[in-house]
Design a protein around this ligand. Structure first.
Ligand code: CMC
Length: 470
């Protein structure tokens, strides 16, 4: 949007009067002219606004970064009102139709589509780094049989940093490249190991003769056959899903990767932070929630009642709505086109009928129209994962595999950005000040501090009255 305003002043030139914001601090009556660049004002420009010489200066308050640009980036462009998503300027639908996930990963990281030679070399490199050290295998084997696969993935990605200590040379371009290759190559291997660990099945080693998604299917589902032959329709559907999930600018997990990476830790540790953020139900877990919702609805006959419940705020229509998209999420439209291809292979799933009918009803309903609520990326993706026979615990893992290229691209961009400093927000302090320390004997018997965290008090046993020392 900022670019559309045509008011850019990145050359360090003097901004015109229209490119400024006049602010009057009514506490002092002083006025300030703040420069507007690329649709933003700098938060640090407010620091000069003080009520006295020793005043710290004005800060901005934005707890969820809802209106704060934390970086400048040229990787992913979203226009939420128009339903537009582009990677490095290329529309997502063209990439899904004509490209492959590995080519898109190259585009995200290196900024341009590769030549034939560059692509061949990139695919060769990724294919030949899919194996993990045998000790990583033992590491995964150490988890309990029912460990959550995202927990295993998170730990295993962090553990990779101990196998590649040179990755901490983050100013070395070769090391940065190798970390990108290794993470993209090994993430499907770690994901498949976690899946087979839960099932008690032997892990399947990567097969270099298969495509990137084909190899993943092999590591997941190969049993006694000499070579697993992936169905090309499933390979294509998976590849498209992975293109769609590869990047989405400054979302929660990408922000985590950048924030942790800004401490100059190695990229494996920074990406482990991204996996941890994605694990949370408000981020990577919505696809699973859609599936549970469709199960609850049970039949298309129950849709009107279900939607009435949503309108009464008894529940949410999962897979609908988005903080940025106020139009049809372009990713949802593309996934929907591929659902049929997957069901052709796996057999039809009655939940698809419910999902399609539910979407129709919602898009016709004033409640959803008024609020600009449309299907998002998670509305149909869970159906594909279920059709592939994946347990719901694996759904977020399926998101983490492709998002790795986005995390790596964003980490690399952050590392090379001259404006990067360690991420270190300010706070508004709301606690007590300058209290004198009291000896424990004097504290005894006094009332508990009102904000003591509950977990710090001894559990109450009703038969024994209130716990002592509370
Ligand atoms: N079902 C019913 N009502 C909804 C929904 C929904 N899914 N989403 C938003 N609304 C209503 C909301 O109640 C509010 O109504 P009102 O103005 O009357 O109070 C209005 O629409 C605006 O919603 P909001 O909560 O202010 O919007 P937000 O930007 O804070 O939340 C969201 C975005 C994605 C968290 C939310 O739409 C939601 O919870 N959706 C369901 C969960 C989901 O599908 N999440 C996946 C997001 S896509 C994956 C990704 O990119 O990370």
């Amino acid at each position: 949007m900022a670019e559309e305003q045509g008011q850019r002043d990145d050359g360090g030139g003097v901004a015109t009067a229209q490119d400024t914001l006049s602010v009057t601090d009514n506490r002092t009556g002083e006025s300030f002219e703040l420069e507007i660049t690329e649709g933003t004002v700098k938060a640090m420009d407010f620091r000069q606004m003080k009520v006295s010489e020793d005043d710290f200066g004005l800060m901005t308050y934005d707890p969820a970064f809802t209106n704060t640009a934390s970086c400048r980036s040229s990787i992913c462009y979203i226009d939420g009102d128009a339903g537009v998503l582009e990677y490095r300027g290329y529309p997502i639908d063209q990439l899904c139709e004509k490209s492959t996930y590995l080519e898109v990963a190259y585009l995200l990281i290196y900024g341009e589509l590769p030549t034939r030679d560059q692509l061949d070399e990139w695919v060769f490199e990724i294919t030949h780094h899919t194996y993990v050290h045998e000790n990583i295998k033992k590491f995964v084997e150490g988890f309990r049989y029912d460990a959550h696969p995202m927990g295993m993935l998170l730990a295993a990605v962090g553990a990779l940093s101990t196998f590649y200590p040179d990755a901490k040379k983050i100013d070395d371009q070769v090391e940065r490249h190798m970390a990108a290759v290794r993470m993209i190559a090994k993430m499907p291997t770690l994901a498949a190991f976690a899946y087979r660990h839960n099932l008690g099945l032997p892990y399947v080693y990567p097969d270099n003769d298969l495509s990137y998604p084909g190899n993943f299917l092999s590591m997941m589902f190969k049993m006694t056959e000499v070579q697993y032959e992936p169905d090309p329709r499933l390979e294509k559907a998976l590849d498209v899903l992975w293109i769609l999930h590869a990047d989405h600018e400054q979302n929660c997990s990408t922000n985590a990767v950048r924030a942790v990476g800004s401490s100059e830790v190695d990229p494996y540790s920074a990406v482990a932070a991204g996996v941890a953020a994605l694990y949370g139900p408000l981020h990577g877990g919505a696809n699973e929630a859609v599936l549970r919702m469709l199960e609850r609805i049970e039949s298309t006959d129950n849709i009107p009642d279900f939607l009435e419940g949503v309108k009464k705020r008894e529940e949410k229509l999962m897979g609908f709505g988005h903080r940025v998209y106020k139009n049809y999420d372009p990713r949802a439209a593309i996934i929907k086109e591929h659902v049929d291809a997957v069901f052709e292979v796996t057999g039809k799933n009655s939940k698809l009928d419910i999902a399609v009918e539910l979407e129709k009803h919602a898009l016709d309903d004033e409640y959803f129209v008024e609020r600009k609520l449309y299907p998002n990326v998670d509305f149909y993706s869970g159906l594909i994962y279920e059709a592939l026979n994946l347990p719901p615990d694996m759904f977020t893992v399926m998101f983490a595999i492709p998002r790795t290229s986005g995390w790596v691209a964003q980490w690399d961009e952050m590392e090379q950005d001259e404006e990067t400093k360690i991420a270190r927000p300010r706070q508004i302090y709301t606690g007590a000040r300058e209290r004198d320390y009291e000896d424990i004997a004097e504290r005894d018997g006094k009332a508990k501090a009102p904000n003591s965290p509950q977990g710090f008090t001894a559990p109450v046993d009703p038969s024994k009255g209130a716990p002592s020392g509370g």
